[in-house]
Design a binder for this molecule. Structure first.
Ligand SMILES: Cc1ncc(COP(=O)(O)O)c(C=O)c1O
Length: 360
């Protein structure tokens, strides 16, 4: 697909933050975005244009029925001065899974990859190189048909924006979160949209998130709808580590997002770098495992924080379950270091994990 460049004149562009600036996560925007529209059964008008508001009809279906989804990808500047995107093909494939779940049209993976590489190339000066920083890439799609009937929208927009970002947590990796185990709220159910990055899943997670904060904890650990099994955290898959160092991730299902981070951890395990596996994780067995010392660490996997260790869990009766010594365990730390070394080019990456951004 031909991509048209309609770039800002150089003198009208904002400058990236100076080297050494401590960046927050997701707050800054670059000068340009990628946009294309779906109409008459085809994607069209692909272009890189200045970052600017959309003009949408108030009856656009995204506002009413939430036919929207997104992705989150990271690009890193390596010591050779080049920019490498981490596994963008995985996100492009998941984008199309989300599209299928929400009855929206897919975008060929090669079109998505071309768009993201070309946009990052235009904005290459915005890719930070400080430790724990990255150029966060946010592709998303939403329904634009002006219609008040609930049905698949006939017109849509696919867009990619960029955000130079620092560590997800202010203290970087040195932050063990605490999770609320709730039986009151659920994120997803079998047969629903949990395996898609549907915007509505995140809208529905805001009330439980505020509820969790009322217990003085950071986030919610969601259970299956029958409250028997561990599913995931609002923006991360969950893991725990057994005494022998094995990472255990709940089996993917149609109510759990197939995290690129988890998939990558499992691939590292298949290559023999670490020990990891998936299984259905029953809540009672998990609690017993922590109490008995069989489970020594726990945490979350996701693009934003990469590895987010969990120091403890709080229940709705106010009782608390501490994992290990409540801090950051050695297995989680080693995995975080291994994973981020691969992303930043400090350690060799498995074949196909890093995609170098060409100078077009
Ligand atoms: C619900 C949910 N689970 C898991 C993840 C982690 O997925 P990934 O590793 O692909 O970022 C995310 C973040 O994207 C998420 O929103």
């Amino acid at each position: 697909m031909q991509i048209e460049y309609r770039l800002l004149p150089k003198h009208e562009r904002k400058s990236p933050p100076p080297q050494g600036t401590v960046l927050s996560f997701g707050m800054l925007r670059t000068n340009h975005m990628f946009v294309m529209e779906y109409a008459d059964g085809t994607w069209q008008n692909a272009r890189i244009v200045p970052y600017a508001p959309f003009s949408l009809m108030p009856g656009s279906m995204c506002f009413h029925y939430g036919q929207c989804f997104f992705e989150g990808v990271k690009a890193f500047k390596h010591d050779d001065g080049e920019i490498y995107i981490f596994r963008p093909d995985q996100n492009a494939t998941r984008m199309n899974h989300s599209a299928e779940v929400l009855c929206m049209p897919s975008v060929p993976v090669e079109v998505q990859l071309d768009a993201v590489h070309r946009l990052v190339d235009v904005e290459r000066d915005w890719c930070p190189s400080e430790p724990q920083s990255s150029l966060y890439i946010r592709p998303f799609m939403f329904a634009t048909q002006d219609s008040l009937g609930v049905k698949p929208s006939a017109t849509l927009i696919y867009c990619i924006i960029l955000s130079p970002s620092g560590a997800y947590y202010k203290g970087g990796f040195n932050h063990a979160v605490r999770l609320l185990i709730t039986k009151k709220y659920h994120r997803a159910v079998s047969g629903g949209t949990g395996s898609a990055k549907a915007a509505g899943n995140y809208a529905a997670s805001i009330r439980p998130q505020i509820y969790a904060q009322s217990f003085g904890v950071d986030q919610v650990l969601y259970l299956s709808a029958d409250n028997t099994c561990i599913e995931e955290v609002g923006t991360m898959n969950h893991y725990h580590v057994l005494k022998d160092g094995t990472f255990v991730i709940p089996e993917f299902s149609d109510s759990i997002l197939r995290a690129v981070t988890s998939v990558s951890v499992l691939e590292l395990a298949a290559a023999g770098s670490i020990k990891a596996r998936q299984e259905v994780v029953c809540l009672d067995a998990f609690i017993d495992g922590i109490r008995s010392g069989e489970i020594i660490e726990a945490g979350g996997f996701g693009t934003a924080a990469v590895v987010s260790p969990v120091g403890g869990y709080v229940f709705e009766d106010g009782t608390e379950l501490v994992v290990g010594d409540g801090g950051i365990g050695g297995h989680s730390r080693r995995l975080y270091e291994m994973y981020t070394a691969i992303q930043t080019g400090k350690a060799p990456a498995p074949q196909g994990w890093l995609s170098k951004v060409p100078r077009y």
